[in-house]
Design a protein around this ligand. Structure first.
Ligand code: CA
Length: 230
């Protein structure tokens, strides 16, 4: 079966150039042209390598890379950027990218890097299943379905994303600001109260006794913490 490659790039000509050449080299391609669609694409985790542009409408490739790694996505990530400063390179690698290619690039070099990354990755463990299970509840991050106190339901995008963030940060304190940045993005901050309302909703779904939460707990003055067992 052909390896599938996910591309997130807003410049149409670059995206098409990369896609056409990779297809010609025998890969399957899935693509997105902005940050939000890129996140949705990465959450599916049905690809073997991702090529992410740094500057995207709605966000950046660094945050996308962190998002993919938070989800347990272990495939190689190659970042594309017009920037040639080492600062961007360091940020990309810190965020969990494997390689970095400044634009403009030679397509043959891109193909060679893709081949090398896939070769190196073939020894890595497969992507973790995109599923959280705890205390008789479960959440599927690929479909958004969840088994809750209300039976099997479809979580909203924000509810699902909150559970993804909690799952990726189990036993770690998360401030409201952390959650706002991770779930709502940097450009569209709702109020802290929005976060609290979503937490109340998640407790109704995922706490044996929502009045006395043991999984999504409040850390007074610090935010919230998720733990799968009390
Ligand atoms: Ca761009």
């Amino acid at each position: 079966m052909a390896d599938r490659i996910a591309i997130v790039e807003d410049e149409r000509l670059v995206r098409e150039l990369v896609a056409v050449n990779l297809r010609h080299a025998g890969y399957e391609i899935v693509s997105a042209d902005n940050y939000e669609e890129g996140r949705a694409l990465l959450a599916k985790q049905d690809f073997q390598l991702a090529i992410l542009d740094v500057m995207l409408p709605g966000g950046d490739g660094f945050a996308l890379t962190r998002h993919a790694r938070d989800l347990g996505c272990n495939v190689p990530i190659l970042m594309l950027t017009a920037r040639t400063d080492t600062q961007s390179k360091v940020r990309g690698l810190d965020a969990g990218a494997d390689d970095y290619l400044p634009k403009p690039f030679d397509v043959n070099e891109l193909l060679a890097r893709v081949r090398a990354l896939l070769r190196r990755a073939s020894g890595r463990p497969a992507t973790a299943p995109p599923r959280l299970a705890f205390a008789g509840f479960w959440v599927r991050f690929d479909t958004g379905q969840a088994l809750t106190n209300e039976g099997e339901v479809s979580l909203s995008d924000k509810e699902l994303r909150l559970m993804e963030v909690f799952s990726a940060n189990e036993n770690r304190a998360l401030t409201r600001t952390d959650l706002l940045e991770e779930v709502w993005g940097m450009d569209q901050f709702p109020t802290d109260r929005t976060v609290d309302n979503f937490i109340l909703r998640l407790r109704k779904l995922f706490e044996p006794d929502p009045e006395n939460p043991v999984h999504i707990v409040t850390l007074r003055g610090r935010g919230y913490l998720f733990r799968s067992s009390p």
